[in-house]
Design a protein around this ligand. Structure first.
Ligand SMILES: Nc1ncnc2c1ncn2[C@@H]1O[C@H](COP(=O)(O)OP(=O)(O)OP(=O)(O)O)[C@@H](O)[C@H]1O
Length: 588
């Protein structure tokens, strides 16, 4: 998956704003409010200077009404600052959250389009961290860092302009104190960017290492590998801690440099200001106002270094989310303009199909076959011979690397996904059940089905007595991943789901888990009903499945080695003969 690391900070912000156009909305209004707020803050030192130089030390002595007027002006300015800060904060919150909601939605949606292989290889925890915690970093920065950043820049600009108005010499003194910091900003920005990039990567790794044993808790317990698992988790936490400490150290250093420059500027302004005052070039009110202005200048610079840090962390996160969006979907959906599969049993044609996993050897080699509509096919072969890969290519979970697959004469690449997923259903070996009711789970087959249709489907599969035996019927909770049901019952749910979908090509990866004979019979009956009137391809692990099929296709190291009815293949011997012998030996 695209790590996004090659995108520069500026390009990341531009691309981020392109993905979430809401972030740009009302930007100039927010900037105007920021400037208004900053201008309000600057009024206070000016009022202090005016009060001292004209209201108290003026040529006609103390001018009370002038002092009151200046106090009122300062108060009004503070109220204005408060109101504009509030409005700006509210606007930033709203636009940032709206923009990030769009980013999350787009990223989550794209996860479904990612190549299946990427989803397998990209550690799932890291993927989740990209769409959750990485987006949170961006959110925190845009909301808090964004506010402070805008205020800071505005404050620095306005403070500099007013400082120049009072004394250009003291302004130069202040800027000279900050030059080393400003000069090294780019260096810090680069180092911070690298460090926070590593931090975000470590967060992803930590999440995936933590998530794995939670999902595989049963294996961890049964094999008593808690210590080994914990050691891996400890290691990833420590690596995250080290990366984070390195990044924070850099932040602390840049922050201290800001503090040092600020202290130096304050001291030098007083020394040089008093010296200029002796010379008559500046009044005491102006020196006092300048001291206020230096504070107005120093605090945003210090805040700015913090913002820079948060910004780098956020940009590192933003890059990773953009990396998801920039990873192309491997399968192109022709969409509504694509061809539609007919609603009738589908004929299958593999035209010199080759498939290889990335950087791997060919796993399907020159598979060239036709299957008549309505045929019941069993696919057999030794482990690793390519049966599952064949099923995935047949259902267009992956495209062949050479050759083509046609259903009812349509090249699968030209068929719209909506039609394909409606007419072709794959029932995997271990169907995934969601932590919800039985009804919700079977509804994934046909979201529009009502209770009556569901009951009808269950009846057609001969499962009504099984359903009636469940404590709450259709409302029975299946638990996480269907853990409250037995393995056989989970298969039944998968079969009902598939039947509701009413496909014209059914591709089944037969479950290998043994179930009790009564349930086995139920599953057999349900399968029988499910396959009738449809083309079906079953990856068979049982002798009876192969026996009952119209035709058996035998795979050997990616090639179709034999095909024909069961009896004929038994007579032929070869690979199927050996398989058959081992099945019958198992049964006896
Ligand atoms: N995601 C993958 N990445 C790389 N190689 C893979 C991947 N999935 C399968 N393979 C390889 O492809 C070959 C065929 O695998 P496949 O799963 O299609 O075999 P199979 O006949 O279904 O085996 P089984 O009966 O054990 O499920 C194997 O050598 C396997 O190692």
């Amino acid at each position: 998956m695209d790590s996004g690391e090659n995108i520069s900070a500026w390009a990341t912000i531009k691309r981020g704003a392109e993905i979430s156009p809401e972030l740009k909305q009302g930007f100039w209004g927010t900037m105007a409010l920021a400037l208004l707020g900053t201008a309000g803050r600057v009024v206070v030192p000016i009022a202090v200077q005016q009060t001292l130089d004209k209201g108290i030390n003026g040529p006609n002595g103390v001018d009370q009404s002038y002092v009151v007027a200046m106090a009122l002006l300062a108060a009004a300015a503070m109220v204005l600052t408060g109101i504009s800060s509030y409005l700006m904060t509210a606007r930033l919150f709203t636009t940032a959250e709206r923009g990030l909601a769009t980013l999350r939605i787009k990223a989550f949606r794209h996860v479904h389009d990612l190549p299946l292989l990427t989803q397998n290889t990209e550690r799932r925890g890291a993927l989740v961290s990209r769409v959750t915690s990485d987006v949170d970093q961006v959110s925190q920065f845009l909301v808090f860092g964004g506010i402070i950043g805008i205020i800071s820049v505005g404050q620095i600009v306005v403070a500099t302009v007013i400082m120049l108005f009072y004394s250009w010499q003291l302004t130069i003194v202040v800027w000279v104190c900050f030059l080393p910091l400003f000069g090294s900003l780019q260096y810090f920005q680069r180092r911070l960017s690298e460090s926070y990039g590593t931090v975000r990567q470590m967060v992803g790794q930590m999440l995936s290492v933590v998530a794995e044993p939670v999902v595989g808790a049963l294996v961890v317990r049964t094999h008593a590998i808690e210590d080994r698992t914990q050691a891996r988790i400890d290691d990833s936490i420590r690596r995250y801690q080290a990366a984070s400490t390195r990044a924070q150290g850099l932040t602390a250093f840049s922050f201290s440099l800001g503090g040092l420059s600020g202290g130096l500027a304050n001291a030098l302004v007083l020394i040089v200001g008093i010296w200029l005052g002796f010379d008559g070039q500046i009044t005491s009110g102006e020196v006092l106002a300048f001291a206020f202005l230096v504070t107005l200048f120093v605090s945003p610079v210090q805040m700015g270094t913090q913002v820079l840090t948060d910004g780098q962390n956020a940009i590192a996160g933003w890059r990773r989310v953009i990396g998801i969006l920039d990873t192309p979907a491997d399968l192109d959906d022709p969409g509504t303009t694509g061809e539609q599969l007919p609603h009738e049993p589908l004929g299958i044609a593999f035209d010199h199909v080759e498939f290889r996993y990335p950087d791997g050897p060919p796993v399907l080699i020159d598979v060239d076959l036709e299957i008549e509509p309505g045929t019941r096919v069993a696919v057999v072969g030794e482990t690793g011979s390519g049966k599952t890969t064949f099923a995935k290519v047949l259902t267009r979970l992956m495209d062949p690397t050479a050759g083509s697959v046609r259903l009812a004469g349509h090249d699968l690449r030209d068929v719209g996904f909506a039609s394909l997923r409606r007419r072709v259903v794959l029932v995997p070996q271990e169907g995934f059940l969601f932590d919800s009711s039985l009804r919700d789970n079977v509804l994934y087959g046909d979201l529009a089905a009502g209770t009556e249709r569901i009951r009808e489907a269950i009846d057609e599969l001969g499962l009504t007595d099984w359903l009636d035996g469940l404590p709450h019927g259709l409302d029975t909770r299946v638990g996480q991943r269907g853990e409250s049901l037995s393995a056989g019952e989970r298969q039944l749910v998968a079969l009902i789901r598939a039947h509701l979908a009413d496909p014209d090509l059914l591709v089944l990866d037969e479950a290998t888990s043994a179930v009790d004979p009564a349930l086995e019979m139920r599953i057999g009956r349900a399968l029988e009903a499910l396959m009738s009137g449809r083309t079906s391809v079953t990856i068979a692990h049982r002798l009876t499945t192969a026996e009952n099929a119209d035709e058996v296709i035998v795979f050997d190291r990616g090639r179709v080695a034999q095909r024909g009815p069961h009896q004929a293949l038994v007579a032929e011997g070869g690979i199927y003969g050996r398989l058959h012998a081992s099945w019958t030996a198992q049964q006896s």
